[in-house]
Structure formats: structure tokens, C-alpha cells
Design a protein around this ligand. Structure first.
Ligand SMILES: NC(=O)c1ccc[n+]([C@@H]2O[C@H](COP(=O)([O-])OP(=O)(O)OC[C@H]3O[C@@H](n4cnc5c(N)ncnc54)[C@H](OP(=O)(O)O)[C@@H]3O)[C@@H](O)[C@H]2O)c1
Length: 302
């Protein structure tokens, strides 16, 4: 299969991706759109004329309440929506909670927030996406998908020891598999779905990483100042691939693919410790996508 390329690179900003693109009349939802990469995604989409709804836990003026770890909240958001959705950017996320935390229904909190809540939201809005004609879903994954496959035997760490990074990794693998599953199921509705990793970006996401770990990663000096290594990207650059996949005419009709933060489709590789680039074979495996879809559909009925 030929990998999809674009004229952009890792330093391209979201605004540059949308230069000359008119999104007037397009209604777009961005989860977690009040901070970090989501906020820059919202700014760029609005800059191109789109009507953007920010879905967030603590809504301000013009924003809508949504707690992805709470199915009642997701259902209430869906029930309150009417009319088409031209694009949905499943961006909200949490990372590496130091100790196991579970949502009210017992779901491990990273899986609940990063994947299962988004599954319920997207499937709840299926008719609205269909109405748009040519809608796009974008799931924000991470290079962490290279670290661990989805554990179908124990997704909520009920029997295996909890590991903060394995929990994050499987949730981000699930986000890629979600786009693959959507592409396999909803093509006849004209709905495309893709996923991507935004690179390393300083945001609130790193709030659970302690200072020693930040120093070990080379992102903090001895005085406690944040450092920005060359391979980091800015929030405006991190949002670029989100808007490429949500709204650029350059990828019209593209579905079921995974892009890197350089705005190119990633190569499929064998995932495992120390693998840093590409998309893991387990993250794009169609059989795993189908199995995960069945699992999530059953879980989100609860
Ligand atoms: N930054 C990076 O280096 C990096 C790398 C790879 C992937 N990513 C991915 O990029 C996405 C955006 O993260 P970010 O770096 O921009 O971090 P961020 O600034 O912390 O943004 C995450 C957003 O998710 C929201 N959120 C968290 N829990 C939620 C819940 N239960 N319901 C609804 N919204 C919730 C947060 O809202 P609150 O303000 O309410 O907490 C926040 O607005 C995430 O999916 C992350 O995994 C980031």
C-alpha cells in the first residue's frame, strides 16, 4: 500500500495547513478543546471560518460540558446535539496517572477518558455525522501506541499489576484501532476516520510526570525550568495534523490511516520497547479493530 504524503513537515503549523481553506458552514466538535493541542486546533479551525464546539469538563462561555469518563455525561452531550457534524476531533486525554484510578463504573480512567468515552460519543453522533455528507473523525493517538497492544484479557488492570505507561499506551493503541474500525464500518455513510500522533508538546498532559522523570527525559534543568529539546514541537505545530485530517481538502477521501506529526502517513512497524517511529502493526490490525469495536459497544451499553 502506498503511503500518503503531503507537502507539509513537522514544523508546519495548523494555521499554515488551512491557509486558503474556507470552512464556512462546517460544524466541528473538538473534545478537550480548551487547552493545549485541542485549543490550537480550535483556533485554526475557527480562523478558517468553521463553527467549532469546544467540549470540555469545565465549560466557559459558548463551550459545552462533556466528561468522557462518565457515560451519562456523554449521553447528555449527544442528546443535546442537533444537526450535522462535519468533523469530530477526539482530542481530550490524560496520561500516566501514577496510581490506578477508576471511573464510577469501574473503568480504568485513562482507557475511559481517552478511548471508551470517545467511542460512546462518536457512535452516539453517527446520524449527525452521516447527515453532514463526507464527515471526518480524527482520533488523537500518540507514539505511545508503539509501546503496548490492547489487552483484551484485562483492559482495566483487574488482574495484572497497574503500570501508568502501559495503561496510557493501550488507550492510545485503542484510539488508532477506533479509526480503523470506523473506516471499516462507516464508509457507506460517507464518514472517513483517521488517527495521528502530535509529537512531543509541552502541555498540561505532563502534569503527572514528576520532576526527576522530567530531568531524566531532558525536559527540565536542575533549577526546575522546562527545557524544549529540538525534537519537541509547539502547540501550533502539534495541532497541524489534527486540522489536516479534520478539514484539509488534500486528504479528502483518505480513511483508516495513521499519520505522524510530520503530516505524512506513518509506516507500519513491529511495536515494542524502544521503538520510536511508525505505527505498530497491532494498532492497525483489522481483526483487533473489529474485536475492540465489539468490546467497546458492549461496554458502553452498560
Ligand atoms: N502533549 C504531547 O506531547 C502529546 C503527545 C502525544 C499525544 N498527545 C495527545 O494529545 C491530546 C491532547 O493533549 P494535550 O497534550 O493538549 O494535553 P492537555 O492540554 O492536558 O489537553 C487535554 C484535554 O483533555 C481534557 N480532558 C481530560 N479529561 C477529560 C474528561 N474526562 N472529559 C473531557 N475532557 C477531558 C482536558 O480538560 P481539563 O482541562 O478538564 O483537564 C484538556 O483540555 C491527548 O489525547 C494526548 O494523549 C499529546
Amino acid at each position: 500500500m502506498t503511503l500518503i504524503t503531503t507537502p507539509f513537515n513537522a514544523k508546519t503549523t495548523a494555521a499554515e495547513i488551512l491557509a486558503g481553506v474556507d470552512l464556512t458552514g462546517r460544524r466541528i466538535i473538538v473534545t478537550g478543546g480548551a487547552s493545549g493541542i485541542g485549543l490550537e486546533t480550535v483556533r485554526a479551525l475557527r480562523g478558517a471560518g468553521a463553527e467549532v464546539t469546544v467540549a470540555t469538563r469545565n465549560p466557559g462561555d459558548g463551550e459545552r460540558a462533556l466528561d468522557l469518563s462518565d457515560l451519562a455525561s456523554v449521553r447528555s452531550f449527544v442528546a443535546g446535539w442537533s444537526g450535522p457534524v462535519h468533523a469530530l476531533v477526539a482530542n481530550a486525554g490524560i496520561m500516566a496517572l501514577p496510581a490506578l484510578q477508576v471511573a464510577a463504573n469501574g473503568w480504568e480512567l485513562q482507557l475511559a477518558t481517552n478511548f471508551l468515552g470517545h467511542f460512546a460519543l462518536i457512535t452516539g453522533l453517527r446520524d449527525n455525522l452521516r447527515q453532514a455528507g463526507g464527515a471526518r473523525v480524527v482520533t488523537v493517538s500518540s507514539g505511545a501506541q508503539l509501546r503496548a497492544p490492547f489487552d483484551f484479557d484485562d483492559p482495566h488492570f483487574e488482574r495484572r499489576p497497574y503500570d501508568p505507561w502501559d495503561a496510557y499506551a493501550q488507550s492510545k493503541t485503542a484510539d488508532v484501532l477506533l479509526a480503523v474500525g470506523l473506516a471499516r464500518r462507516w464508509a457507506a455513510d460517507g464518514i472517513a476516520a483517521n488517527s495521528f500522533e502530535p509529537g512531543y508538546v509541552h502541555t498540561n498532559l505532563q502534569r503527572h510526570i514528576d520532576d526527576d522523570a522530567k530531568r531524566a527525559l531532558g525536559i527540565m534543568d536542575d533549577e526546575g525550568n522546562l527545557l524544549t529539546p529540538d525534537h519537541f514541537t509547539t502547540q501550533e505545530q502539534g495541532a497541524a495534523t489534527a486540522v489536516l485530517l479534520a478539514a484539509s481538502p488534500l486528504v479528502e477521501g483518505v480513511t483508516g490511516r495513521y499519520f505522524s506529526h510530520d503530516n505524512q502517513e506513518a509506516e507500519v512497524v513491529q511495536g515494542g520497547p524502544g521503538v520510536m517511529t511508525g505505527v505498530a502493526a497491532w494498532s492497525v490490525d483489522p481483526a483487533a479493530a473489529d474485536r475492540l469495536w465489539d468490546y467497546a459497544a458492549e461496554a458502553s451499553r452498560g
